[in-house]
Design a binder for this molecule. Sequence first.
Ligand code: NDP
Ligand code: ZN
Length: 351
Amino acid sequence: MKGFAMLSLNQIGWIEKEKPQCGPLDALLRPIAVSPCTSDVHTVWEGALGDRHDMILGHEAVGEVTEVGALVRDFKPGDKVIVPAITPDWNSLEAQAGFSMHSGGMLAGWKFSNFKDGVFGEFFHVNDADGNLAHLPPAIDPAEAVMLSDMVPTGLHGSELADVQYGDSVLVVGIGPVGLMGVAGAALRGAGEIFAVGSRPVCAEAARSYGATDIINYRDGDIVSQVMDKTRGKGVDKAIIAGGDVDTFAEVIRVLKPGGRIGNVNYLGSGDYVKIPRVEWGCGMGHKTVAGGLMPGGRLRMEKLASLLVTGRLNVAPLLTHRFQGFEHIEKALLMMKDKPRDLIKPVVVL
Ligand code: NDP
Ligand code: ZN
């Protein structure tokens, strides 16, 4: 079969591979709609996971089941399904401890385009099909449903990690598709003021539509003074980080009130250390928590998040700025994610 792959660091291209094998608990799927992720960019061009050879990329997909293993109960060939980017081994001890995303080791619930071939192939393999696939509700457009694989669960997980409560003032650093879902998650959880940081006008407009009360352009000056001005020197209760780099934490710690919490979902692709400013961290006694997490993945979460789309509580259409038709456009869509044209939020490829 054909797939679009990371050939080695900084190299991408089409390759031929054997069709994957389907174990007794697994499923094989053909993609119906896929989307590239900024994480694919970190993987290929920053080498964030180390070197990978001839690994098919992609971890965001809606697909059609083509084959299931003998022990799969709830899915059959022909079913249309949402596929989470994170597909844990649900019988692992880590999953039993509540950390499904780390099943089998740190970040090991993330398998596609990390430890095994991803979804940019003619076929792809899903482990633990009953635990990881979710039936696609007919009311949801498959192109929009792709946002349920990763952008919606990751952004919303940022608001969970930050523990956003009613009336909290929340800073969201980064308003690409993940940060926008962070804004939406904060609003759904009842935040008061939401300060959203980004520079692309298309993202700023979308952030307002998802509930941001103020936009902060990090290119106009440092985030700290802009947030302090807007909060009359008080700072914010919570923060979600979905953009920036290892230095972003220092800025966010500075604007966080004592007792504040950071939910980081940004994938730090480079840099060796995250620095926490000592004084603004209360000399170690400020009760300022940094929580960083990969999103949990799995079927239940997909089904619950799909219900937000079906009931109209969340509309992901504003994320989809670029739609392509045909497998051959995967390369163009991935390069867009790398180059981030000013009018881009997220491209989707329908097959
Ligand atoms: P984008 O590149 O589309 O968005 C990044 C955002 O950060 C943009 O709004 C950008 O602003 C802003 N930004 C860039 N530099 C700075 C800076 N120095 N200070 C403040 N803001 C800055 O990324 P995505 O939304 O697609 O993804 C966000 C992150 O989430 C990525 O690192 C991705 O790998 C990660 N991720 C993590 C997952 C998880 O499970 N934890 C899953 C999926 C993704 P501008 O408007 O100028 O572009
Ligand atoms: Zn991703």
